[in-house]
Design a protein around this ligand. Structure first.
Ligand SMILES: NC(=O)c1ccc[n+]([C@@H]2O[C@H](COP(=O)([O-])OP(=O)(O)OC[C@H]3O[C@@H](n4cnc5c(N)ncnc54)[C@H](OP(=O)(O)O)[C@@H]3O)[C@@H](O)[C@H]2O)c1
Length: 475
């Protein structure tokens, strides 16, 4: 596999089992991933040219989602950013703009960022786009404008569905290729940088490949490209698709050494500490909600790494943009963007929920599952039951693993330390993040109790505008 010149690979206590390359080559999902990397890795060549514009012009995808809307807001309030171009699924330019405005409003970015003024909003421009098309579904005039101006692409638009197979992600991978090609066609001395919002799920099995520290038992996962595609979960198309895209970035850099790509592997994102608005369909909100359904939450030996969405978006902006003081640019490669202060589920988080007034017993995982199974299995009335098969599977794995070694190597295990050194080094926003406290957890719980869970019952999707009109009425 080609090396990304930017990506450190050598910290290494990373030791793939002896014949892993051979084993991996025969794994059907690895073969499929390799085929997709090959299929979507034909890239143009960048031709260096003088740039006629000054300042940062950033193209962002996924702005109608939680992280993307905050990224757009964070970029718009920065002085060195002149424009924030958003590519949006929409049927007209007006519709595209309205979708972005609705999302910013529903996420209440004005309440989260003091500096989010009408002037900042003016910087945000939306285009109706079909990113899976080589011309991104844009008019020749718009495409020309982007090629002349764009300095940085932040790509977050992705299908988030852990049940889908890898093949369902073809359009996302095509979009990734097309956006990298846009970076390579910019009229500038070096290509626009490509910043890919990946997930630590892309390398969910990486802890299996790393020996624990002999004294502490801790497995430390470095911010590097993995030695093999077999480091992703064989049963999860989502994680596989993210790793395919990370390797596409490597290929693009190999073909164009002046290109900088960054794979920003994000962990568990939660709402901001002001509004607490996040996605009620995620694992943690659905687990918390079971306290209301069965009066219990499970005792679990796991780390919870809550990363507030504003801190996440600010870090993405720090890593993607040149530093404002013109110091050395942030290098390419892999960055882990996980809550920097992990807390323990049972010892730290559950007492906070008690203090905040949520009433529940702490029971063994099996008992909690039994209580959930005793409910009428009506997922419309009780949406958390949608995750019951997944929670049941986790319990089965835990019980089947007598040595406990699989649990210790799980991505949320307290024995797995996801290194965040590179992100810390290059992001002032990330360095300033404190540990999750009653303010942050309280904001989440209050929002879920007042609106979030109700939306989930109504079958409405993500936390923002896509979730419906009630939030709009409250803004
Ligand atoms: N939230 C987390 O905890 C977390 C953790 C790890 C990684 N990430 C990554 O961070 C990024 C943003 O996540 P998020 O939580 O903000 O997600 P989100 O709220 O669900 O938003 C998803 C965004 O992707 C767009 N999208 C979905 N499917 C698409 C498709 N087939 N073609 C084009 N656009 C599509 C959506 O556009 P529409 O509105 O048009 O559907 C929306 O703008 C994703 O790449 C995700 O994988 C998130």
């Amino acid at each position: 596999m080609p090396d990304n010149k930017n990506a450190p690979r050598d910290e290494n206590n990373l030791v793939p089992p002896m014949d892993v390359e051979n084993m991996a080559a025969n794994m059907p999902h690895v073969k499929q991933m390799q085929e997709l990397i090959d299929k979507y890795s034909s890239f143009g060549k960048h031709v260096p040219q003088p740039r006629t514009y000054t300042g940062e012009y950033v193209l962002v995808t996924g702005v109608t989602g939680g992280i993307g809307s905050h990224v757009a807001a964070q970029l718009a309030i920065r002085d060195n950013v002149k424009k924030v171009f958003c590519l949006v699924r929409a049927n007209s330019p007006k519709h595209a703009r309205q979708r972005v405005l609705d999302e910013l409003e529903a996420r209440r970015v004005g309440a989260v960022y003091d500096k989010f003024s009408p002037k900042a909003l003016d910087k945000i421009q939306a285009f109706a786009s079909d990113m899976a098309k080589p011309d991104l579904g844009l008019s020749p005039e718009v495409l020309e404008e982007l090629k002349s101006t764009v300095t940085c692409v932040i790509h977050g638009a992705w299908i988030i569905n852990f049940m889908l197979p890898l093949t369902a992600y073809a359009e996302n991978l095509a979009a990734t290729q097309n956006l990298i090609n846009l970076c390579l066609s910019t009229r500038s001395p070096t290509p626009a940088s490509f910043n890919f919002l990946s997930s630590y799920g892309s390398v969910a099995l990486m802890p299996m490949f790393i020996p624990p520290d002999p004294t502490t038992g801790i497995i430390s996962v470095p911010e590097v490209m993995p030695p093999t595609l077999a480091t992703t979960d064989p049963n999860q198309g989502y994680g596989q698709s993210k790793l395919v895209a990370e390797f596409m970035c490597e290929r693009a850099v190999a073909a164009n050494p002046s290109l900088t790509t960054r794979a920003i592997r994000i962990g568990q994102v939660v709402g901001d500490a002001v509004t607490g608005i996040w996605n009620p369909r995620e694992n943690i909100p659905r687990m918390w909600q079971t306290a209301l359904l069965v009066g219990a939450l499970p005792d679990q030996e796991i780390h919870t790494r809550m990363l507030p969405v504003d801190g996440c978006a600010g870090t993405i902006a720090d890593l993607s943009l040149p530093p404002p003081d013109n110091s050395k640019p942030v290098p390419g490669g892999v960055f882990h963007l996980l809550g920097p202060h992990p807390i323990l589920w049972t010892e730290d988080l559950l007492p906070m929920l008690h203090k905040l007034g949520l009433s529940f017993d702490i029971v063994p995982h099996q008992e909690w599952l039994a209580r959930l199974r005793a409910l009428p299995q009506d997922t419309k009335r009780f949406p958390p039951l949608k995750l019951l098969p997944v929670w049941g599977l986790w319990e089965q794995q835990r019980r089947g693993d007598k040595s406990d070694s699989l649990a210790k190597r799980n991505i949320v295990s307290p024995f797995v330390d996801w290194q965040i050194k590179r992100t810390q080094q290059h992001s002032p926003t990330f360095r300033a993040l404190g540990p999750p406290d009653l303010k942050l957890v309280g904001a989440q719980l209050r929002w879920l109790m007042s609106e979030g869970w109700e939306r989930d019952v109504r079958g409405q999707g993500r936390g923002g505008a896509a979730a419906g009109s009630k939030a709009m009425a409250k803004i």
